[in-house]
Write a protein that binds this ligand. Structure first.
Ligand code: NDP
Length: 337
């Protein structure tokens, strides 16, 4: 069993010293247990937070422990009712080939799901995050303008496409012309602005002539700076993530704009609300699953996935995810399927 353990807590950007590949014997199965073989490992921005022991909503991974992560796996041996050898499951094996499970928190995907890895993306946690954050906090109304960054990633792409289905104008923000073209041409966004462009803030202003009613916050940083001035009275801001800051070691330099920000919120009566998807909205998961299943099956929502082979490639693939090297949902194919 190969496993990637946290070797040391990163300061700033994680490096190849952050994780260490170890090998051990494949564990044997006890009563009321099953052995799972990881087929796909999800890479998600929240994993950077688990590498750190700064206060957070979830406990950090301890140094020496296997990195946590959502996985799609196959049942290899089962002494558990409801799980047969060969079943595909959605589980939390972490960054390793095999894991024992007592079935707790494991979803059986059946013997032959059509797109098993999609349970880590559009049909799972990131899709649910987009749907719940937008509908429950963003509360978009037809004709309103929604802005979302990381627009081609699993959360942002889904936010934008749901926005279009709900009759809104959607402006994406993404890194580079290729991603922006994809957001408009393939995903149906009304516009998409490249945050790497020098005149990014001006372009964003021009793309939002009627201001912004819903800003789905994925990234923070200079995107947030540019957006704040465009928010309309009664705008809603679901605060989902701040990925531009996950490797930061200190607060940004420059004048303190905290009170200016609070003033904007006050004057424009803006609602800003953070959420942690399963904590905040877990009870809505069945509603999401039904709705998203219908949309995806009917071709109303598109999904882009980037599959990288080999558990040993997970660390670099993860570092790249934080810097926007990914184009779509990044998963590692661990097994041979
Ligand atoms: P993505 O696959 O979209 O990956 C992150 C993307 O962020 C990169 O591809 C990059 O896209 C963009 N990015 C990175 N650095 C910057 C920067 N400095 N400025 C602007 N954009 C940047 O991730 P997900 O779709 O999985 O997640 C999106 C967000 O949702 C994250 O913040 C994540 O933490 C959050 N999240 C929150 C949850 C919750 O419960 N609150 C649950 C799940 C996700 P590009 O190249 O286009 O800039």
């Amino acid at each position: 069993n190969r496993k990637l353990v946290l070797a040391e807590r990163p300061k700033g950007e994680p490096t190849l010293d952050t994780l260490r590949l170890e090998e051990e014997a494949i564990p044997s199965v006890g009563d009321n247990q099953m052995l799972l073989r990881t087929e796909y490992l999800s890479l998600d921005p929240y994993m950077r937070g688990r590498m750190s022991d700064a206060p957070s909503y979830a406990a950090p991974v301890e140094v020496g422990d296997v990195m946590v992560g959502g996985t799609v796996a196959k049942v290899v041996t089962s002494k558990l009712d409801g799980f047969a050898v060969g079943d595909w499951v959605l589980s939390q094996n972490g960054w390793q080939d095999y894991a024992l499970s007592d079935g707790d928190g494991v979803t059986n995907l059946g013997a032959s799901p059509e797109h098993p890895s999609w349970a880590l993306g559009i049909l799972g946690m990131p899709g649910f995050t987009a749907w719940a954050g937008l509908t429950q906090i963003g509360e978009p109304k037809p004709g309103e303008t929604i802005v979302v960054a990381a627009a081609t990633g699993p959360v942002g792409a889904t936010v934008g496409q749901i926005g279009k289905l709900l009759g809104c104008r959607v402006v994406g923000i993404a890194g580079g012309p290729e991603k922006c073209a994809y957001a408009v041409d393939e995903l149906g966004f009304d516009a998409c602005i490249d945050h790497k462009a020098e005149d990014f803030a001006d372009q964003l202003t021009k793309a939002n002539p009627d201001g912004i009613d819903v800003y789905f916050e994925n990234v923070g940083g200079k995107v947030l700076d540019a957006v704040i001035q465009l928010l309309n009275p009664h705008a809603r801001v679901p605060v989902c993530g701040l990925v531009s800051q996950y490797n930061a070691t200190e607060l940004p330099s420059g004048p303190d704009r905290m009170n200016w920000l609070m003033g904007q919120i006050l004057r424009n009566k803006i609602k800003v609300q953070g959420f942690i998807i399963f904590d905040s909205f877990g009870h809505l998961y069945p509603d999401f699953a039904k709705q998203m299943g219908t949309w995806v099956e009917g071709g109303k929502i598109k999904y882009r996935e980037e599959v990288i082979d080999g558990l040993e490639n997970a660390p670099e693939a993860f570092f790249g995810l934080l810097n926007g090297e990914n184009f779509g949902k990044r998963v590692i194919r661990v097994g041979q399927n």
